[in-house]
Design a protein around this ligand. Structure first.
Ligand code: HEM
Length: 260
C-alpha cells in the first residue's frame, strides 16, 4: 500500500498513470472509429453495430466505467505533474533548443480541456440525447435504434459539424504528442525507435482526425444519408397518421341496435 502510494507520489509514477490511462483511451478511440466508419456501409451495418453495443448492458457499463476511470486519472495526474513541474521550475526553461517544447506539447493542457468539452457535448448529443430528445424515438424498420438517421440529422447542423471538426483537430494535436510520449514514459522509446515512433504517432493522429471528421463532413457537404433520413421521416409520419386513424375508429360511438 505504502509502495503504491510512494510510486504515485513520484514524478515517474504519475507519468505512468497518465501514459496507461491515455493508452486505454487511445485504444478506445481506434475501436470507436472502426465502428463508426460502418456508417459508410449503410444504415443496416451501423444500426446492427449500435444494437450489438447495447446487447450486453453489463459489459457496456464495465467499458463505460473503465473509460471514465481513465479520463479522470489522466486529467488529475496530468495536472498534478504540471503543478509539480511548475513548482520545481517556477522560472521556466531558459531558451535552450534541447528543451524548447513543441507546439503540441505546449498545447496539451488546452487541447485536453477542449476535448473534455467535446466529450461532454458528444455524450449529451449521441448517448443521452439530451441535446435532441427526438433521437431516442428514432427506430429503423427492424425496430433497432436508428443510429444512422441520428447521425444524419445530428450532422445536418453546420454549427455541430464545425464543433466536431474543431474537436477532431484538437484530438489530432493532442495525439501527435501523446501517442509517442507514452512509449517514452514506459521506457519503450529507444534511440532506434525514436524517429519511427514520432512518425507513427503523427500518422495515427492524422488518420484518426481525418477518419472521424469524414463522418460529419460527408453528411453536411456530401449529403450522405439525406434520402434515407427523409424516407424514414415520411414512414414515421405515415405510421403516426395510421395509428391516429385506428385510435379514432376505436373511440367512435357505435349506434345501438335498438335506436332507429
Ligand atoms: C465524428 C466523430 C464521432 C462520431 C460520429 C461518433 C459517434 C458516436 C455515436 C453514434 C455514439 C452512440 C453509440 C450508441 O449509443 O449507439 C457515440 C458514443 C460515444 N462516443 Fe463517439 N463519435 C465520434 C467521436 C468520438 C470521440 C473522438 C470520442 C472520444 C474522445 C468519442 C467517445 C464516445 C463515447 C465515450 C461514447 C459513449 C459510448 C457509450 O457508453 O455508449 N466519440 N459516438
Amino acid at each position: 500500500m505504502n509502495a503504491a502510494n510512494n510510486f504515485l507520489q513520484s514524478s515517474i509514477g504519475k507519468k505512468w498513470v497518465v501514459a496507461a490511462s491515455g493508452l486505454g483511451m487511445f485504444l478506445f478511440v481506434i475501436g470507436h472509429l472502426a465502428g463508426n466508419l460502418q456508417f459508410f456501409i449503410g444504415p443496416d451495418a451501423i444500426n446492427q453495430y449500435g444494437a450489438m453495443l447495447h446487447a450486453w448492458p453489463e459489459l457496456l457499463w464495465v467499458v463505460r466505467l473503465g473509460l471514465l476511470a481513465c479520463l479522470v486519472a489522466h486529467m488529475v495526474f496530468s495536472f498534478l505533474l504540471l503543478a509539480q513541474n511548475k513548482r520545481a521550475r517556477p522560472q521556466g526553461y531558459a531558451v535552450n533548443p534541447r528543451v524548447v517544447k513543441t507546439l503540441s506539447t505546449r498545447f496539451m493542457a488546452v487541447t485536453g480541456l477542449l476535448l473534455l468539452a467535446f466529450i461532454v457535448f458528444h455524450l449529451l448529443h449521441f448517448t443521452s440525447h439530451s441535446v435532441k430528445p427526438e433521437f431516442t424515438a428514432m427506430v429503423d424498420e427492424k425496430g433497432r435504434h436508428d443510429v444512422y438517421r441520428m447521425m444524419v440529422v445530428g450532422f445536418s447542423d453546420p454549427f455541430v459539424v464545425a464543433f466536431y471538426i474543431i474537436a477532431m483537430t484538437m484530438l489530432c494535436f493532442h495525439l501527435t504528442h501523446g501517442a509517442w510520449s507514452w512509449m517514452q514514459t514506459l521506457g519503450l522509446r529507444t534511440k532506434k525507435l525514436s524517429e519511427p515512433s514520432t512518425r507513427g504517432a503523427h500518422i495515427a493522429a492524422v488518420l484518426l482526425a481525418v477518419g472521424f471528421s469524414s463522418l460529419p463532413a460527408s453528411v453536411l457537404l456530401g449529403g450522405v444519408g439525406k434520402g434515407y433520413a427523409a424516407e424514414r421521416k415520411n414512414a414515421e409520419q405515415a405510421g403516426k397518421i395510421e395509428a391516429a386513424m385506428d385510435a379514432a375508429k376505436g373511440t367512435q360511438i357505435k349506434p345501438s341496435s335498438g335506436v332507429r
